[in-house]
Design a protein around this ligand. Structure first.
Ligand code: F6R
Length: 260
């Protein structure tokens, strides 16, 4: 697990560099797309590179991490609508090449199984962008999630609904109670995981993720078992890490050609 501590704009550029390298070096790259606040600066940077430097995502495909259950179709905070707004509409990514779990499905288990199959048929996710919840969730795999889980329905914790109320006019009751989410094993199948976290509110979750014991209580800790994880954190999110000096020293001494 590589930990990079830096300013939020520099972290977003590093993540965008990794996406760009993938886009330029792979005929049919598959991106794993997170929503929420954490990846927004990365999407801004990709949109800027598309507009100003000709970066193309036309040959890429995308899979969303998760989707709310119970929002009316087309709701502005549904993750399908969010990714259209924040990324797809700003670059040349084909909207038809971006899929998410179907939060309106009548047959939820069948929809989840179909989503798993679609990811496998696309060849798997090359680079998965991730955020982390203050309670340690990745995707919407809340504490207690099986470390071997696949795409399924989950109940959101009260904490997650409080955290996400800012997207629903501050009204926690407007935040759906359920979601469909890629499971932890689904996420672990991606070839490179790039997790972004900023702000003091994420400090304990980041500490557990990187340095805690692997446990369903802090679902993100399963990432310690993945061979290629990059954790991009600002000073505030890094503030509870124990080995901060070592992470800084390691990254400072890294050959530039390695990237993240
Ligand atoms: C979003 C997702 C969640 C968020 C997490 C952090 O698709 O899967 O795990 O990454 O809730 O959210 P933000 O980035 O809004 O703090």
């Amino acid at each position: 697990m590589e930990v990079v501590i830096g300013a939020p704009d520099a972290l977003a550029r590093l993540a965008a560099d990794a996406v760009q390298r993938l886009l330029e070096g792979t005929p049919r790259p598959v991106l794993g797309l997170a929503t929420g606040s954490s990846p927004l600066a990365v999407y801004d940077e990709l949109a800027r590179r598309h507009a100003e430097e000709g970066l193309s995502l036309a040959h890429a495909r995308g899979f969303l991490l998760d989707e709310y259950v119970g929002l009316p179709p087309g709701h502005a905070e549904g993750y399908r609508a969010v990714i259209e707004r924040e990324l797809v509409s700003r670059v040349d990514l084909d909207p038809a090449a971006v899929r998410g779990p179907n939060g309106s499905a009548d047959d939820v288990p069948a929809a989840c199984a179909a989503y798993e199959r679609a990811i496998v048929e696309a060849g798997g996710v090359d680079l998965q962008l991730l955020g982390i919840g203050t309670d340690g969730h990745v995707g919407f795999n809340e504490p207690g999630s099986s470390l071997a889980s696949r795409t399924r329905i989950k109940t959101l914790t009260r904490q997650t609904r409080v955290d996400n109320a800012r997207f629903f006019g501050g009204d926690v009751d407007a935040v759906p109670t359920h979601c469909l989410t890629q499971g932890l094993a689904t996420i672990m199948s991606a070839r490179h995981l790039v997790l972004l976290a900023t702000g003091r509110g994420k400090a304990e979750a980041v500490h557990q993720l990187v340095e805690g014991a692997v446990s369903a209580l802090w679902p993100g800790t399963v990432l310690q078992l993945h061979p290629r994880v990059t954790v991009l954190v600002d000073d505030a999110a890094a503030s509870r890490l124990q080995l901060t000096d070592y992470y800084r020293q390691t990254y400072a001494g890294k050959p530039a050609w390695q990237g993240i």
